[in-house]
Design a protein around this ligand. Structure first.
Ligand SMILES: Cc1cc2nc3c(=O)[nH]c(=O)nc-3n(C[C@H](O)[C@H](O)[C@H](O)COP(=O)(O)OP(=O)(O)OC[C@H]3O[C@@H](n4cnc5c(N)ncnc54)[C@H](O)[C@@H]3O)c2cc1C
Length: 236
């Protein structure tokens, strides 16, 4: 596949490419595809952190199509990690559904960086959906002892099939995707408290993420350092 200007810019910014190989593939609840991949040296070259993501290069009718995916259970010793694809009508999702053992794909590592605040926050407030559930799980693993409150938006019942890694002292609320995301906004705005020692993490549909970012910063008055937010996909 030909690469485009985006690949050149990423390379100029220090992006490194790795060729991944599919080792197994499994459907989860009909709405996710879980792939285990050999990492092509990625984990030996890049430090693992919660919510770590890579840029995968798909072939869209001969054109390069780059989309981000989150590493699940990265294992540097084995040189393997898992990817969990939420399924919808998109090029990346279609590739994951059709992937066979032995298929390869190029990944660029550039832009992923996250560390839990130090000292640890008094509470984690996480807002996500099927696309960011792997990242939410990596945060729950990294902060297993912390109190956490999680809101997850789902568009289909099958999206709740991916096991959530919340512990008994962490609270999870699933919110159906209604009114183009308005239901999630209403629920979270009504329940999310202002807590000066908390960290807020928001990743979901782009417009919803922007609206909740404004809510945390302007309405709740939380500082920039207290919030991590990133749109994971755009409703079109
Ligand atoms: C840092 C980061 C990490 C991510 N990690 C993951 C991950 O681990 N697992 C995962 O599944 N996704 C993840 N995503 C989201 C994923 O990159 C997007 O969903 C991406 O748009 C999928 O590309 P596509 O080619 O399938 O669809 P696109 O070509 O981008 O879109 C095609 C159509 O599908 C719709 N669409 C795209 N994504 C979704 C969605 N999630 N739900 C419903 N409709 C959608 C679009 O609105 C459009 O109509 C991550 C995104 C970011 C930024």
């Amino acid at each position: 596949m030909k690469r485009n200007w985006e690949a050149l810019v990423l390379k100029a910014m220090g992006g490194r490419d790795f060729r991944l190989t599919v080792r197994s593939t499994e459907s989860i609840g009909g709405h996710y595809q879980r792939l285990v991949l050999d990492d092509g040296g990625l984990l030996a070259a890049c430090k693992v952190h919660p919510t770590m993501w890579i840029r995968l290069w798909f072939d869209d009718a001969g054109r390069p199509h780059q989309r981000a995916y989150t590493l699940v259970d990265p294992d540097p010793a084995a040189g393997r990690f898992t990817l969990e694809f939420a399924l919808h009508d998109g090029c990346a999702a279609r590739w994951a559904s059709a992937a066979q053992v032995g298929d390869t794909i190029v990944a660029t590592m550039q832009g992923s960086a996250f560390t839990l605040p130090d000292p640890a926050p008094g509470h984690l407030y996480l807002v996500g959906d099927a696309a960011s559930l792997p990242a939410v799980n990596s945060l729950l693993d990294a902060a297993a002892d912390l109190p956490a409150t999680v809101w997850l938006e789902y568009a289909h019942d099958g999206e709740r099939a991916l096991a959530l890694r919340a512990r008994d002292h962490q609270r999870v609320t699933w919110v159906p995707r209604g009114d183009d995301g308005q239901q999630l906004l209403d629920t979270v705005r009504a329940e999310l408290p202002a807590a000066p020692d908390a960290h807020y993490w928001v990743a979901g549909e782009a417009a919803s993420t922007r609206a909740l970012t404004r809510h945390v910063r302007r309405t709740l008055g939380m500082g920039r350092q207290q919030l991590t937010s990133l749109g994971y996909w755009s409703a079109r």
